[in-house]
Design a binder for this molecule. Sequence first.
Ligand SMILES: *Cc1c(COP(=O)(O)O)cnc(C)c1O
Length: 403
Amino acid sequence: MAPLIPFNKPFFAGKELHYIAQAVTLGNISGDGDFARRCVEVMQQRFQVHKILLTPSCTAALELSAMLLELQPGDEVIMPSYTFVSTANAFARMGAKPVFVDIRPDTLNMDERLVEQAITEKTKAIVPVHYAGVGCEMDLILTIADKYGLRVIEDAAQGVNAQYQNQYLGSLGDLGCYSFHETKNFICGEGGAICLNSEEFVDRAHVLRDKGTNRQAFFQGLVDKYTWCDIGSSFVLSELNCAFLYAQLEMFDEINQKRQQIYEFYRKNLQPLEEAQLLRLPRIPEDCVSNHHMFYILLPSKTVRDGLLAHLKEQQIHAVFHYIPLHTSPVGQTWGYREGDLPVTEQCASCLLRLPFYYEITPEEQQRVVCEIEKFLITNVSQSLLPDSLQLKTDFQRPLDTP
Ligand SMILES: *Cc1c(COP(=O)(O)O)cnc(C)c1O
C-alpha cells in the first residue's frame, strides 16, 4: 500500500516551542503581551494596515466587525453563498440577513457585477471573501460601497499576505479579517486578527474586544479606573498562541515561496488535462498576487468529482471538496433561499476538488496525485466536455494569467 498523502499537515517553522517557552518565562500568558505586540508590528508594517488587533479566530474577528457596525435586526449584508459559515454567522447573529450573490466561474469570488442589483434600503455592508487567497475585484466593490454609503468587511481568512493591485488583502475595506487556523498559510492552532483600516473604529474595537471595558485606556493611563462601558465580549488571543504565530510570521517569504512552488507544480502538470477539457484549473487575475492558499480543480460533473474523490481515497490520497453553499443549508433556507437560486455557486461547489497542499508535500507526492487524477479521468471520462457554466467566460474585464 502506498503511503498516505494527507490533505493538510500543519507546518512548524521551527522556533514555536522556543517562543512559547519564552512567553512562559516572561510570566504573561494572557493577551496583548510582548508576543502580541511583536506579531502586530510585523503585520501592520508589512500589510500597511492602520491597526491590527489579534483575536482568537477569524470567526471572532468577523463577529467583532458585525458588532462594530452596530447592525440591527432586519439589516442586510451582501456576501457570497460559496463561503465558510462564519462569514454569514457573524452577521446573522446580530439579526441581519445575509443576501447571497453568485460567484464568478474564474476565481470563484463573489461576482462584483451582481452586487449593485442586490442592494436595497436595508443594505448596510458588503462582505467580499477572497477565496483561495485570490483577491476579489475590490476596485468595483469599493466604488459601489462608496456610492451607496455601505461598509466593506473583507473576509481575508484565506488571504493573509496576498495582494490586490499592490495592496494587501484585509487592508482595502473598512475592516478586514484574518485567520491563523491550522489549515491556513500562517498558523497558531486557532487564531485570527481584525484589520482596522482607519482610526474610526479603533477605540470601540478595543472596548468590545476587552469584555466591553475601557481596560485598554486604563493600561495606557488615560483613565484612572476601568469600567463596563459597552456590550462587548472576550476577543483577545492568548500570548501562547501569539508566541507560536510569531515564529510563523518570521517565515513569511519562505512559506509563500514554497506554496507557490507547490501551486505551480500542480498547475503545470495538470495543464494537459485542462487542454483535453477533462478538468478546469484555477485562475489568478493579473492584478492579484496570490498567497497560494490552496489548489482546486473543477471536474465536468458531480459524478466525476465524487468518483475521482473515491478513487484518490483508495490510493491513499486525501483530496476534499469544499463548501456546501450556504443558501442551500438548513439555515440559509429559513431566509427563503432554494437550490437553483445561485447556479454558478451550486455548479462549482458540486464539481470542485481540493488537492493535498501543505508546506512539506514533495514533488514525488504531488506527481502521484497528478498521475492518479490522470489515470482516473482518462479511463472513466470519455468525451465529457466541461459544461458551459464552467467554461472561462471572456466577458470579464480582468485579464487572467495564462498558463
Ligand atoms: C477559515 C475561514 C474562516 C474561519 O476562520 P477561523 O479562524 O477558523 O474562525 C472564515 N472565513 C473563511 C473564508 C475561511 O476560510
